[in-house]
Design a protein around this ligand. Structure first.
Ligand code: SF4
Ligand code: SF4
Length: 191
C-alpha cells in the first residue's frame, strides 16, 4: 500500500500545541500556509520544530483509514499519544482514571459526535473498542470559553456514555506522565 502523505491537510497546525515556538492548543501556528496560499503546508518546513518533524496523526499511521477520515475532511485530528480522564466510580465513590485517545476537534465540528452520518462516529466507536476501558477525549475550543473537553467511553454494562469532562487539564499531572499512565492502564485492562 502507498504510504500516506498529508496532501492538502494542515489540521494539526491549528489544533495541536507546539511548545518550542510558544504556540498553544488551537492558537494556530503563524507558519501554517492555508488556502488561498499558493503552497499549502508548513512555511518553515526545512527548519520546523523537532516536535513537528516527529509528529504523525493517527490517520497517517492507519493504513485502513480512508480519505473520509483525513483530519481536514472529517474535522478531527486523532493524536497518536494517549491521555487519561477521571471519573467518580458510582459504586465505590472513588476517583478512577481511564486511558483515552485524544481527538482534537477543528472549529465548526464540535457537535459532529451527535451527527449519525459523520465519519467521526466510526472513529469514536473504533477508539472505544481499541482496548478494554479505552475512551475518547473530545477536545474543543471556542473563543468565549476557551478549551473544553468531553469524554466518551463504554461502561462495564456495555452502555455508551458521554460526559462533559470540563477543562482538559483537570488531571494534575504533566502531559508525559498522563500518556505513560494511559499506557499502563491499558496494559492492566488487557491482563
Ligand atoms: S493532521 Fe495528520 S494528515 Fe493533517 S497535516 Fe497533520 S499529520 Fe498531516
Ligand atoms: S511549524 Fe510548520 S509543521 Fe509546525 S505547526 Fe507550524 S506550520 Fe505546522
Amino acid at each position: 500500500m502507498t504510504e500516506k502523505t498529508c496532501g492538502g491537510c494542515t489540521a494539526c497546525c491549528h489544533t495541536i500545541p507546539v511548545p518550542e515556538i510558544n504556540v498553544g492548543a488551537y492558537q494556530g501556528c503563524p507558519h501554517e500556509c492555508r488556502p488561498p496560499a499558493a503552497q499549502i503546508g508548513c512555511g518553515i518546513y526545512s527548519t520546523r520544530p523537532r516536535s513537528c518533524a516527529a509528529w504523525n496523526c493517527q490517520w497517517l499511521a492507519e493504513p485502513e483509514w480512508g480519505d473520509r477520515y483525513r483530519p481536514d475532511r472529517c474535522g478531527v485530528v486523532v493524536d497518536v499519544l494517549l491521555d487519561t480522564f477521571g471519573l467518580r466510580d458510582e459504586t465505590t465513590g472513588k476517583f478512577v482514571e481511564k486511558p483515552a485517545m485524544q481527538f482534537w476537534v477543528e472549529r465548526g465540528h464540535e457537535d459532529d459526535w451527535l451527527d449519525p452520518d459523520s465519519p467521526v462516529q466510526d472513529l469514536i466507536r473504533s477508539a472505544c473498542a481499541h482496548a478494554p476501558g479505552m475512551g475518547v477525549l473530545w477536545r474543543t475550543y471556542d473563543p468565549v470559553h476557551g478549551q473544553s473537553c468531553r469524554a466518551f467511553y463504554v461502561d462495564e454494562q456495555g452502555r455508551s456514555v458521554s460526559i462533559d469532562g470540563g477543562p482538559p487539564t483537570r488531571t494534575p499531572r504533566p502531559e508525559r506522565e498522563r500518556t505513560m499512565l494511559a499506557l499502563e492502564l491499558m496494559g492492566r485492562a488487557r491482563k
